[in-house]
Design a protein around this ligand. Structure first.
Ligand code: BG6
Length: 488
C-alpha cells in the first residue's frame, strides 16, 4: 500500500561518524529490503558545508564500505532521497532553511523522524528550535518523533534535567532514547527465550539460580577516543546503559503483553529494586581497574581516576531475586570481544552417586551468547559410557548460524530506525527507566571515580581483567565463566 504522507528523516550530525558508518548504511539496507516508506527523504544537517551532490558522494564512499550488502545500482536509486542542510544547532535561520527543505517534499511536514546524532549539550537547543519552528507539534497529519543518542546525562541530576528540558518541547511518547544493545538480535531473543518457552521460567528464580554473570568484554582499547572516554569511563560508557538493560531483561517479570509500555514497566521495576551499593560496601562489591598503559594515552591526565574496567556485585531486592548476586563486568583491552549472560544454577542438594571425594560436580549453567557467536549453551552432567557412574559435564548448544543459515544479522541501528519509523518504542528507554539506572549507578560512580575510592587495580591488555575481579567471586567460592567464548 502506498503511503499517503511523505516521511522525512532528519539526521542532526548528518556528516558525523555515526551517520556515515551506521545510520545511512542502515537506512540503505532498509531501502534494499523494501522497508522504507516509499516516499521517504533523508536530510543530513551538520555544520560542514556540502551541496546535495557532495553530500551524496561523501556518503556513497562510506556506504560502499559499511553497507551490509553493497549494490551500486540500488544505491543509485536510493541516493536521490538524500539531501543536506548546513547549520549549527541553535541557529534560527538554519532551522528556517531546514523547515523549507522538509516542506519541499509535498508542501507538508508529514511524518518526521529527527535523529539527534550530536553532542548531548545540543539536544535541548535542537528540540527547542524544532518546537519554535512548529516542526514537532503533534497533529493528525503524520507523526513527529525524536531519537536521542547517548549519553543521556552524565549523572542522575543531568539526566533528570535533560528529561525535564526535552519534556518542555516534546511528549514522552515522542522521545526515543537509544540503547543500541536493545536492538541486537540476541538481546531481543532473551525475551523470546524466557517467555515463549515454558521449561525455563519455573527455574528462573532464587530457588534454583545460584547467581548470574553478565559480561561485556571488548578487546579494543580506548584508541583515539581517550579524550571522550576519560570523561565517561566504563561505568557511564557501558554499565549505566548496556549492562543495566541486559540485567533488566534477564531479571524482569513476564510482561502482560509485548506492548512498549508493558515491557518497559517491568524493566523499570527491576532497576528500581536494585539494592544501593553504599559507600561502605564499595570495597566488597566493586572492582575498578585501568589497563596498563592507559595513563600514557594521549588526552588522559596522568592522575586519571577513570576506570577502563569494572566489576560489580549487585542485588535485586524483590521476591524473585532476593540475595541472588548478579555479577556484572565490562572493560576495554581485554582478551577478546564477548558479550554473554551466564545463569548459574545451584548444585544438586544431595549427591546419591558413589563418587570420589575429590570429584567436584559442576552445576548446570545456561549461557546466553549475545556476541560474537550468537546462540545459547546449556551445560549439564552426563554419565561417561562404560564406567560405573563417572560423570562429565557436557554441552548442548544452539547457534544462530547453524539453525538459520548464514543470515546477515541486521546491524542494530537499522532495526532501531525501523522501529522508530513504525512507532514501536519497546527497544528504546523510557525516562523512568533511564533515571532508575542513573539513581543506582550515580553513587557507585561517585565512589569509584575519586582517589579516595577503592584501590585502582591494573590489568594487562589482552587479559581477562584484574585479579581483584576474580577475587570478587572467589570470596563466595565462585568463578567467572566464559560460557560462550570457550565452546563455540
Ligand atoms: C558504545 C560504547 O555504546 O558501545 C563503546 O560507547 C563500546 O565504547 C560500544 O565500544 C560497544 O558496542 P558493541 O555493539 O560493539 O558491543
Amino acid at each position: 500500500m502506498k503511503d499517503i504522507l511523505s516521511t522525512t528523516i532528519v539526521i542532526f550530525g548528518g556528516s558525523g561518524d555515526l551517520a556515515r558508518r551506521k545510520l545511512v548504511p542502515g537506512l540503505f539496507s532498509l531501502y534494499q529490503k523494501g522497508r522504507l516508506p516509499e516516499n521517504t527523504r533523508i536530510i543530513g544537517y551538520s555544520r560542514s558545508a556540502y551541496s546535495d551532490t557532495e553530500y551524496r558522494a561523501f556518503l556513497r564512499g562510506h556506504a560502499e564500505k559499511f553497507a551490509k550488502v553493497w549494490n551500486a545500482e540500488q544505491w543509485a536509486e536510493f541516493e536521490p532521497k538524500l539531501s543536506y542542510v548546513s547549520g549549527v544547532f541553535d541557529d534560527d535561520k538554519a532551522f528556517d532553511r531546514l523547515k523549507i527543505a522538509v516542506l519541499a517534499g509535498d508542501g507538508n511536514l508529514g511524518n518526521c523522524l529527527y535523529y539527534m546524532s550530536i553532542a548531548p549539550r545540543f539536544f535541548t537547543s535542537v528540540a527547542q528550535q524544532l518546537h519554535e519552528h512548529g516542526m514537532v507539534q503533534k497533529s493528525d497529519a503524520g507523526f513527529k518523533r525524536v531519537i536521542v543518542e547517548k549519553p543521556f546525562g552524565h549523572d542522575l541530576e543531568s539526566a533528570q534535567q535533560l528529561n525535564r528540558d526535552l519534556h518542555s518541547y516534546l511528549d514522552e511518547d515522542q522521545i526515543y532514547r537509544i540503547d543500541h544493545y536493545l536492538a541486537k538480535e540476541t538481546v531481543q531473543n532473551i525475551m523470546v527465550f524466557r517467555f515463549a518457552n515454558t521449561i525455563f521460567e519455573p527455574l528462573w528464580n532464587r530457588n534454583y539460580i545460584d547467581h548470574v554473570q553478565i559480561t561485556a568484554a571488548e578487546s579494543v582499547d580506548v584508541g583515539t577516543r581517550a579524550g571522550y572516554y576519560d570523561s565517561a569511563g566504563v561505568l557511564r560508557d557501558m554499565f549505566q546503559n548496556h549492562l543495566m538493560q541486559l540485567l533488566a531483561l534477564t531479571a524482569m517479570e513476564p510482561p502482560a503483553s509485548f506492548e512498549a509500555d508493558a515491557v518497559r514497566n517491568e524493566k523499570a521495576k527491576v532497576l528500581q529494586s536494585l539494592r544501593p551499593i553504599t559507600h561502605a560496601r564499595l570495597g566488597t562489591q566493586t572492582v575498578r581497574a585501568q589497563y596498563a598503559g592507559y595513563l600514557d594515552s594521549e588526552g588522559v591526565p596522568a592522575d586519571s581516576q577513570t576506570p577502563t574496567y569494572a566489576a560489580l556485585k549487585v542485588y535485586i531486592d524483590n521476591w524473585r531475586w532476593k540475595d541472588v548476586p548478579f555479577y556484572l563486568r565490562s572493560g576495554k583491552g581485554l582478551k577478546t570481544k564477548a558479550t554473554e549472560i551466564i545463569i548459574q544454577f545451584k548444585k544438586p542438594p544431595h549427591m546419591m552417586f558413589p563418587i570420589s571425594n575429590d570429584f567436584v560436580i559442576s552445576s548446570n549453567y545456561l549461557a546466553i551468547c549475545i556476541q560474537p557467536h550468537e546462540g545459547i549453551h546449556l551445560r549439564f552432567e552426563a554419565k561417561v559410557p562404560d564406567t560405573d557412574s563417572n560423570m562429565e559435564s557436557v554441552l548442548m548448544d544452539f547457534h544462530y548460524s547453524d539453525e538459520f543459515g548464514e543470515i546477515i544479522m541486521p546491524q542494530a541501528y537499522e532495526k532501531l530506525l525501523l522501529e522508530a519509523l513504525e512507532g514501536d518504542a519497546t527497544l528504546f528507554t523510557r525516562s523512568d527507566g533511564i533515571e532508575a539506572a542513573w539513581a543506582f549507578m550515580d553513587p557507585v560512580i561517585r565512589g569509584l571515580e575519586t582517589k579516595y575510592g577503592p584501590r585502582m587495580a591494573t590489568y594487562d591488555k589482552g587479559s581477562w581483567g584484574p585479579a581483584e575481579a576474580d577475587e570478587l567471586l572467589n570470596r563466595s567460592r565462585r568463578k567467572w565463566r566464559h560460557g560462550c567464548a570457550e565452546h563455540k
